[in-house]
Design a protein around this ligand. Structure first.
Ligand code: GLV
Ligand code: MN
Ligand code: MN
Length: 402
């Protein structure tokens, strides 16, 4: 069936820009729309109305995952509409709005049975892809509710802000598969000039909070050799990690300390406590385990040498996953049909809801280029012609699959 004749690129782009207006940062096209915040909830209400207008039945599960459901068994399309604390306009939003456009086109022509999802907290305000992690059974609701953000707010408290919107659990058995369209968020397609990436695998990830407790003290009177300075411990830990990991990693392995909280965080106080995030990603689950051993050994040595008490938060994470062969085949065929010779197969270095959903049903992903490979930043952008190209490839693949 030919769906490309009915998807409306102008409506698709207009809706993408409308979604950007929820939490627009005022800096470039950036957005500030973290999960369960005012802008996120307002965006979800708008999206729910769009789904209803498209002829889909709206359901919202207890985590705040928003579904627009077609009748009977359907293929699920979508992504997430929450953002990083400083995020781009396309990360997640692209997959949701493309799904909405294709499902609406399908309803208008009365052919394909397509449903739409916007998962909640993909960006991990409370963990790692928390909404789809709970929906897929990877994480229990009880364990999720106990997770806290960097400000100490519990997920249970945050999600209560959406309580009046919740309709109940959404049964995954009604879906035959899941396809997530996304920006690449890396430099590959931009550098080669190719239009589409058909994802083969998504890397694995580990993420945990580490705390060093030393001694808070006066920054003027405490001699350097008597200090138990928690920031100095983090700094020494990081330097040692960069050194030791050289023997363990590949050029594709990445590790990040992205958040550091110092207590009490004042110029004239030797910090007594440092809580920081440690995250690492790799395509090989065994290597993720070896890196964890280096982290724990190094942190223990630093704590011992500097008189720190060491503690860890829960170890969150996901194994690497492969995309479904049949769905990948449909994306490859559609790419060849629409952008012949201008696409490639590639792994995803970013994590996606597709990782969780792969525990429930066949999943696949396609990427469009990210200008200069920038994402998780206000500068994130993609040429609008490339966005439309991705929409057409996804629509064609979906049509071929039906
Ligand atoms: C998802 O946003 C990730 O951190 O890969
Ligand atoms: Mn994303
Ligand atoms: Mn993201």
């Amino acid at each position: 069936m030919e769906v490309n004749c009915v998807v409306d690129p102008d409506r698709f782009l207009a809706n993408l820009h409308k979604l950007r207006s929820f939490g627009a940062s005022g800096v470039g096209k950036g957005v500030v729309r973290p999960a369960y915040g005012e802008a996120d909830i307002a965006a979800r209400k708008w999206l729910a109305q769009q789904m209803a207008d498209a002829g889909l039945r709206v359901e919202i599960d207890p985590m705040g995952n928003l579904f627009g459901l077609a009748e009977g068994k359907s293929l699920l399309l979508g992504s997430h509409s929450d953002s990083q604390p400083e995020g781009g306009w396309l990360d997640g939003a692209l997959g949701v709005i493309a799904a909405l456009e294709i499902a609406r086109a399908a309803q208008e022509t009365g052919g394909l049975s397509l449903s739409v999802v916007s998962f909640q907290d993909e960006e991990g305000r409370f963990g790692v892809t928390t909404g789809s992690a709970v929906w897929s059974g990877h994480l229990s609701q009880k364990d999720a509710d106990g997770l806290t953000d960097h400000a100490g707010v519990a997920l249970a408290t945050a999600r209560s802000r959406m309580a009046e919107m919740v309709t109940g659990p959404v049964d995954p058995a009604q879906f035959t598969g899941f396809i997530e369209m996304h920006i690449e968020q890396g430099p590959t397609l931009d550098a080669t000039g190719e239009k589409i990436g058909v994802v083969t695998d998504i890397v694995g990830i580990r993420d945990m909070k580490i705390t060093f407790d030393g001694q808070q003290n006066h920054a003027g009177t405490t001699p350097m050799h008597l200090r138990r300075d928690a920031f100095q411990a983090v700094s020494a830990f990081n330097a040692l990690m960069n050194d030791r990991l050289q023997n363990v990693v590949t050029p594709q392995t990445v590790w990040t300390i992205g958040h550091v909280g110092l207590h009490p965080n004042a110029s004239s106080i030797v910090p007594g406590r440092a809580v920081f995030s440690m995250q690492w990603r790799d395509a090989d689950a065994a290597r993720l385990g070896r890196i964890e051993t280096v982290i724990r050994t190094t942190a223990a040595e630093i704590a011992e040498a500097r008189g720190m008490t060491l503690s860890y938060g829960p170890l969150l994470g996901f194994e690497p996953v492969a995309m479904d062969a049949r769905l990948q085949g449909a994306l490859r065929a559609a790419s060849e049909q629409i952008v012949s010779g201008q696409w490639r197969q590639m792994p995803s270095g970013a994590l996606h809801d597709a990782t969780n959903v792969s525990a429930l049903m066949p999943v696949a992903m396609l990427f469009v280029p990210s200008i200069n490979g920038i994402s998780h930043a206000f500068e994130e952008d993609t040429d609008e012609a490339d966005l439309v190209c991705g929409l057409r490839v996804l629509a064609q693949a979906v049509a071929d699959l039906s």
